[in-house]
Every structure is written in structure tokens, then in C-alpha cells.
Design a protein around this ligand. Structure first.
Ligand code: ZN
Length: 158
């Protein structure tokens, strides 16, 4: 198990060092700013839908801790090519994973590297930030904070 944890940590550090899709799309059809005041993570997510309503391009910009940045990087990779509905479903799945509600969700692929985050409650917000921003972009919510209910999450919250 510790080997697996080490591997997970490596993946997070690698994405932090070389984030994917880092930058801002000038041609964005959807965008939102996400802020986690607890940690200081601050990102902008910009994306462009194609004629079929799929995410053609997506990027994130800003700065934050290793976990928030790695999560943002992996989020952009995970939702590329997805429709809004598919991307939002993935957001919900990811939020369940980082809250420890579905630790064995293997359908999330390499996003399972965040499966142990729930043990560190402050880090759950770091991991979820870019995903909240993505939800905000689709909902046309300009600014999303982890400390407000600006994003609508289905189901009971604690
Ligand atoms: Zn953070």
C-alpha cells in the first residue's frame, strides 16, 4: 500500500512540476475563476466548446499548492472531449472520491491518485478547486470560492 501511495505522490508532483494545458484560452466560450482562501489556491479555468458541445480546448492558469495544481492539470486532461453533462458527471464523481465517499471508484482512472485526500480535510478543497471552477464555468458563474455555496452540489453536504 505504501508503494501505491508513493506512486500517487509521484503523479501529483509530476503534474505540479509540468502542468498540462497551463495558460489561458483567448477564444474561451466558458470561463470561471476559482479561489480557495483557506490555502491561497487561485485559478482561472477557460474552455472552448465545439459545435457538438464537446470540450474542444481547455486550460487553467493561476497558482496554488501542489495538490490544487496537479488536480487542475489532471482535470483539464480528463474533461477534454467530453460534453457538458459528461464533464459535470465527472466533477460529481471526483468530489465523491476526494471526500472519501467512493474510494474504490476505478472508473476515474488515474484520478484515483486523490483517493486518500479525504484524510486531510483541508486538502479536499485544494483538490476540488479546479473542478468547482469548471462547474462554475459551465454555470456561467464568474467567481467560485470553496468557502461559499456559489457552486451547486447535489446531495447532502456536511
Ligand atoms: Zn491548496
Amino acid at each position: 500500500m505504501s508503494n501505491q501511495l508513493e506512486l500517487y505522490q509521484q503523479v501529483i508532483l509530476e503534474h505540479n512540476r509540468k502542468p498540462k494545458n497551463f495558460g489561458t484560452l483567448e477564444s474561451a466560450t466558458h470561463k470561471a475563476e476559482g479561489f480557495n482562501p483557506i490555502c491561497g489556491d487561485h485559478f482561472w479555468v477557460t474552455l472552448e466548446l465545439d459545435a457538438e458541445g464537446r470540450v474542444a480546448r481547455i486550460a487553467f492558469d493561476g497558482s496554488g499548492c501542489a495538490i490544487s495544481k496537479a488536480s487542475a492539470s489532471m482535470m483539464t486532461e480528463a474533461v477534454k472531449g467530453k460534453t457538458e453533462a459528461e464533464a459535470l458527471a465527472l466533477c460529481a464523481q471526483f468530489h465523491h472520491l476526494v471526500k472519501g465517499e467512493s474510494p474504490e471508484d476505478t472508473s476515474l482512472g488515474k484520478l484515483v491518485v486523490f483517493a486518500n485526500i479525504w484524510k486531510y480535510p483541508a486538502r479536499v478543497k485544494c483538490a476540488g478547486l479546479a473542478w468547482h471552477a469548471l462547474q462554475g464555468a459551465f454555470a456561467k458563474t464568474a467567481v467560485v470560492s470553496t468557502e461559499t455555496d456559489a457552486t451547486t452540489e447535489k446531495g447532502p453536504s456536511t
